[in-house]
Each structure stands twice: as structure tokens, then as C-alpha cells.
Write a protein that binds this ligand. Sequence first.
Ligand code: UD2
Length: 334
Amino acid sequence: MKERWKNMPSPTYIVGFLFLLFIVGFCIQYTDLLILFKQLNPKLDENYKELEHCKTLLYGENKKKRALNVLTPWLAPIIWNGTFNITVLDAQHKDTRIGLSVFGVKKYIRFLLPFLESAERYFMVGHNVTYYVFTDKVNDVVKPKIAEGRTLQLHDVTADKRWQDVVMRRMEILTAFAKERMPKEIDYLVCADVDMVFNDHVGVEILGDLVATLHPGFFLSEPEGFTYERRPISAAYIPHGQGDFYYPAAFYGGKVDEIYKLHLACHKGIEEDRKNKIEAIWQEESHINRYLLYNKPTKILSPEYLWDNNLPSGEYIKRRRFLAVHKNHQEVRN
Ligand code: UD2
């Protein structure tokens, strides 16, 4: 026994070893302390740079511009040019069935042909696509040449007098379609405004359970500047101090069952508002924003996927994939 005790490390060694363990643990906990060592060890310096790079990708260089990041705080990807490999994604989605819904009611029928022609050129090229066109002028629709594997459906809808009712009714119609017809025909639905043209690749990288786009006019703004519905009496109400991003009603999508839930919630909200004699500030868009605050999108599209060449901050937009067609609001809505 005595002999063994003689071979044990001395108390000084034990204390020294424990102190070393403490220092290592401390450094792991507080990674910023790596700065202290980075110049001493080139390997550590590399690790530090990598860590800083990850932080930049995750949180952005400037927290105010969080829309420029590639991940949301709830870890949904934000799709910017260069963040995906389309070859890999195309292979994953080779059997996926995709719907694209669009409304061309009253004078908006004039935007339909350029919209569809541009979709044939850039939207989900090589994939199985069904266009769901809703219009009050089925007989006036000029059909473009549609590629193999793609189909065009025309559906008759009533023309509401007020443009606000036209845009809001989309929620009601799409609720019914996403419940009954679409589950048999498609896996994902993408919903778009018609006064737009596809101008560059828009492919399966945009597919996800629940997908929304960053509004091109607000992607650099703080939530306090968003035009959310702020009146508590509306079902679209979002209190001050809340909100992640501002999402437009002009381009969003998701799996059919998720999109059904979104449309149903917005339709119910609109009906509730109607009973309370109130209309949300930006109609269905306000209700969509409310829904997406409490049901976070699983994927977000950068404003590359909804851009207007009249807007500032174009330097951030390397690919202008889906572009607004300029129109005279007064003329076209009457
Ligand atoms: C405005 C708002 C937008 C949103 C939207 C209502 C601006 C800059 N943006 O967008 O944030 O609130 O209104 O959704 O003002 N449509 C018809 N026939 C009509 C009216 C509308 O088919 O008579 C359809 C059509 O598909 C159109 C979509 O509804 O693209 C949206 O209407 P809009 O184009 O008048 O809305 P927009 O782009 O001015």
C-alpha cells in the first residue's frame, strides 16, 4: 500500500491539472476568448474566423437588416441567390406536382397572357405544373403554348364590384379548392398576383411546407414600420412590438394542406371583420401577415422572388426573378 501512495501524483500536480481543466472549460463556454489565443496559434485563428463567418450568416452583419440573412431566428431558410443547388433539388422533386394559382378578374385579364407565357419560360421548368386560372372572362382567355407535363385549368368566378372584395375573395375560393380538388391533383400550391412576370429562374427551391416572401418595399425596415393591421377590433390585428417580417399577398405557397389552413384562417378572419364592419388595412394581406406571425413560415423567399424595378435598394437583388408590371391602379381597378 505504502509503495502505491508513493507513485500517486503530488497535490500540486492535481491542483494544476484541475486549474487547466477549468481554463479549457471556460474558453469553450466563452468562445470570444479565442481571440486572445488566435494570434498565438494559426489553427485557432482559422477556427475563430469560421465561427465569425457562421455568426455573420446566422445573424447578419447588422441586426437591423435581418432580412439579408440566410436563416430566420426560428431557423427557416431565407432563399437568396447562391444558397441552393438546383440540380440536387430538381432530382428530389422529379415527381412533385406543383400548382400555380392566379386570378385575372375584370380588367386584370389583360395581365394573364404575359404572366402565363413568362411562367412557361421560367417557372418550374421541366416539372409537373397545373395552372389554376380564376377569371370572370373564361371565354376571353388566350391560352399560351403549354409545355408537355403542364396543364391549364380555367375556373369561372364572380366579379365583385369593389377591388377589395376581388382580392379578399381569393381566400374563400382557394379555401374551397385546397380542400376538395387540389389534394387529388397537386402536392404544393404557389399563389401569385397576375400583374407580374417571371423574369428569371423560379424553381423547386421555393417549395416548402409554408412559404412566404419578403415584401420588396419593407425588407430593410424594422417591424414598427410594417403596415400591419393595428386596430385590435380586426381579426388581422398585430400588436405593436410584434412581428418578424412583412409578407406580401402577391407570392406565397406551401403544401396543399398547409395552404388550406392558411386560406381558411384568412377567410374566417375576413368574415369576422365583415360582421364587425371593419376591413383590414391591406385586406387579405393583413390577414396573411397575422396568420404567419403565429404560424411561422418554414421557408422564406428573398425579394428576388417579388421585385419592383421602381423600388430603391436594388443593389441587394442580384436576380430579379418575379417582377411587378407597372399599372395605373385607378384605371385598372375600375
Ligand atoms: C396592393 C397592395 C398589396 C396588397 C394588395 C391586395 C400596393 C403597392 N400593394 O397590391 O400590398 O394589399 O393590393 O392584395 O398597393 N385582382 C383581379 N382583379 C381586380 C383586382 C385584383 O384579378 O379587379 C387580382 C389580381 O390577380 C391582382 C391581385 O388581385 O394581381 C392583387 O390586386 P392588385 O394588383 O390591385 O394589388 P396590388 O398589386 O396593387
